[in-house]
Design a protein around this ligand. Structure first.
Ligand SMILES: Cc1ncc(COP(=O)(O)O)c(C=O)c1O
Length: 456
């Protein structure tokens, strides 16, 4: 009799495989009611409104420092030779730029305007990386003369830089932006493609030009990237390109710049779970980014400077808008809407995020699911399509949380002027951008005499 073959069933541990995108469904979980609060950035929000008017945008220096140190610390513990070049476009209010520079960040800009914001603060050119697909001649010349690294984006720019370089003394520090298929959809608007050999050809041409130093390879594959593994692939590809250049031409670029795109803890619109639960932490990004670099250092003796260009991951969490309910009304299909005095003119990220709305110091009341509109005379001015709040009344005050990234730089003077922007530093609150007046808004206009109303 043949013995039955004994099969051993080995226990297989379940695996958690992160999704590329957070799940999107309409679960009530992301719409739970936020806890009421009575302090923002260490200050009484009602007293702040009294002093500075409503709405008010406030940045918390303590939180910004914490985000910066948390981000840098996560990378430094794996790879010491690194620095952050803050993505200035994310929020170019001078005080935030100055604050981050004071913490040790360098700067990354994508226009002559942003470059000027940094230089006006006295930030030296060597501490500014100049990216972007369109840089004017005068801006390029100024950046090279100041010792900035300029990352080239396209062939036409390379041709212009080759022509301009002859009249600028010294070696010009050039980086090249590389695009590759690590994110979906791939960002192919920017830089030179890796797979086609374009990036390699550009690097070769730069290395052959005695006017240039190939200072770095750069990539930036998207924004709010939920899967840190994309950075592992990107860093591997850039390191591999750098090593191929070293093998072929004997020179490897001095830096690898992984760009930005690290998610903040905000919750994407319609996402099932809170961003605090789904967004990768800086540690998760750092594990992925540094792994190929550590390997290159240990196996190949190649140790470039690692540059990271975070934007929203640094500044989102430090900003709040304090806003007041101006009216409450029934909606045609049932339910009610509250209109607040802060709309998408100062909060364009409301189109992207379900920003947490926190009631300020209301007495206990039953809650209600409401639609939250801004004050603009436009139906699409929706701050939250649905949010559970203490049954709203005119005069109620809310904090709209984590609004530090992209909201100032993409704000518009549409219908209303921008309000006061303040920053809490230690125990003091400073106005860092005063409320705009009608005169500010109209200062650049002129009206031909023939159009002026008679008698004016
Ligand atoms: C070149 C570059 N670096 C960094 C950033 C910052 O991105 P994020 O705010 O997603 O970190 C951007 C923004 O799109 C960018 O274009």
């Amino acid at each position: 009799m043949t013995k039955a073959k004994k099969t051993t069933r080995l226990y297989e541990a379940p695996k958690v495989i992160p999704l590329d995108r957070p799940m999107t469904t309409r679960s009530p979980l992301s719409q739970r009611q936020a806890q009421a609060m009575d302090r923002i950035a260490g200050h009484d929000p009602l007293a702040l409104l009294e002093q500075y008017g409503s709405p008010l945008v406030i940045f918390d220096g303590k939180q910004l420092k914490k985000s910066y140190e948390g981000f840098v610390g996560a990378f430094k513990q794996h790879y010491e030779k690194m620095h952050v070049a803050y993505s200035v476009k994310t929020n170019y209010l001078s005080s935030l730029v100055a604050f981050l520079y004071q913490q040790g960040a360098k700067m990354e800009v994508v226009s002559g305007f942003e470059y000027a914001v940094c230089r006006r603060l006295g930030i030296p050119g060597e501490d500014i990386t100049f990216n972007g697909p369109w840089k004017k001649n005068a801006e390029l010349i100024g950046a090279f003369e100041n010792g900035s690294q300029v990352n080239l984006d396209n062939h036409d720019e390379l041709l212009r830089v080759e022509r301009l370089a002859k009249d600028i003394p010294g070696k010009k520090r050039i980086g090249i932006r590389v695009n590759m298929d690590v994110s979906y959809p791939p960002w192919d608007k920017f830089g030179f493609n890796l797979a086609s050999g374009d990036a390699m050809a550009m690097a070769k041409r730069i290395l052959a030009n005695p006017e240039f130093e190939l200072a770095g390879l750069h990539m930036h594959v998207g924004t709010y990237i939920p899967n840190p593994d994309q950075y592992r692939k990107g860093a591997s590809a850039l390191v591999e390109l750098a090593l191929r250049l070293r093998d072929k031409f004997g020179v490897a670029p001095g830096s690898i710049d992984m760009g930005g795109g690290y998610a903040s803890s905000n919750t994407l619109r319609g996402q099932m779970l809170q961003g605090t639960a789904t967004s990768p932490t800086p540690e998760m990004y750092a594990d992925c980014v540094t792994e190929p670099l550590i390997r290159a250092k240990e196996k190949e003796g190649y140790e470039p400077e690692l540059i990271l260009e975070p934007g929203r991951a640094l500044v989102d969490d430090c900003g709040d808008i304090i806003t007041t309910v101006v009216s409450v009304k029934p909606l045609r299909g049932g339910g009610r809407a509250a209109i607040i005095d802060a709309g998408v003119n100062i909060l364009p990220t409301a189109y992207w995020y379900d920003h947490e709305i926190t009631p300020i110091a209301t007495e206990p009341r039953p809650t209600e699911r409401v639609k939250l509109f801004g004050p603009l005379c436009m139906q699409i001015d929706v701050v939250r399509p649905k949010v559970t709040l203490p049954s709203p009344r005119p005069g109620d005050v809310y904090a709209i949380r984590k609004v530090g990234a992209y909201n100032f730089s993409q704000s518009m003077q549409f219908i209303y002027s921008r309000p006061n922007y303040v920053m809490a530093l230690d125990d003091e609150v400073h106005v860092i951008r005063r409320e705009e007046t009608v005169a500010d808004a109209l200062a650049l206009e002129s009206v031909p005499d023939s159009l002026m109303p008679k008698g004016s």
